[in-house]
Write a protein that binds this ligand. Structure first.
Ligand code: DX5
Ligand code: ZN
Length: 220
């Protein structure tokens, strides 16, 4: 059976009490950290100094999602900060192959993200350079949006390409993941699930993590 992973997004956490908020999700696989620069997306969150501090206090490895312009310039420092994985957007990278190699050289898993309307096909030949492909299931920028079913065929096509080439890369989905939608994403071939509001919006975050994992495993 495929190993399914659940990474809560702290975008929906209380940013003034981050250390306690990290403890609430200690049973998850990793903490998903959304970095936004107010240019690539119309929202602003946090940057390298805070990611470094989260790294120091987090009981979980960091899964950093960079929604920033000029990823070639800024992403390597996040890998050097000790993040387990660093994901840049294909739309924001001038040289994605070179950048993926730099991230791996810095000791992180290399991730690349696609906005909902960005096709995977132009990137099929470089999947071997990646450890993670993030198929955004909402337009990036905000938590609490509805899952876009139009992304399911892309997840399926990416999963087929990964299987066909026998690559170790995993497919991550992010946006609108709930107990209802996670099943469709898992069925299409995703194995790593990011969930913000459905974990942090729950009274019992640990119970929400367990329920999401169980819902995803129904088809896997
Ligand atoms: C959105 C972020 C997501 C966000 C997901 O751009 O990349 O990680 O936290 O939030 P939900 O799970 O509420 O859709
Ligand atoms: Zn994210």
């Amino acid at each position: 059976m495929t190993h399914l992973r659940l990474n809560p997004s702290i975008l929906s956490a209380d940013f003034v009490n981050l250390e306690a908020e990290l403890q609430r999700i200690a049973s998850a696989d990793a903490v998903h950290v959304d970095v936004m620069d107010n240019h690539f997306v119309p929202n602003l969150t946090l940057g390298l100094p805070i990611v470094r501090r989260i790294q120091q206090v987090s009981p979980l490895p960091l899964d950093v999602h960079l929604m920033i312009e000029d990823a070639d310039r800024w992403a390597p420092a996040y890998a050097e900060s000790g993040a387990a994985s660093v994901t840049f957007h294909a739309e924001a990278a001038a040289a994605p192959v070179r950048l993926a190699r730099e991230l791996r050289d810095a000791g992180a898993k290399a991730g690349m993200a696609l906005r909902p309307a960005t096709p995977v096909e132009p990137y099929l030949d470089m999947l071997g350079e990646l450890d993670l492909l993030l198929v955004m299931t909402v337009e990036p920028g905000f938590g609490g949006q509805s899952f876009l079913d139009l992304t399911l065929p892309k997840i399926r096509r990416a999963a087929e390409a990964v299987r066909g080439a026998d690559l170790p890369l995993v497919i991550q989905v992010d946006g609108g993941i709930t107990e209802e939608t996670i099943l469709r994403a898992a069925d299409a071939g995703a194995t790593v699930f990011v969930a913000g509001s459905s974990v942090y919006g729950a009274d019992d975050a640990a119970a929400a993590i367990t329920a999401l994992r169980a819902a995803a495993a129904r088809t896997a």
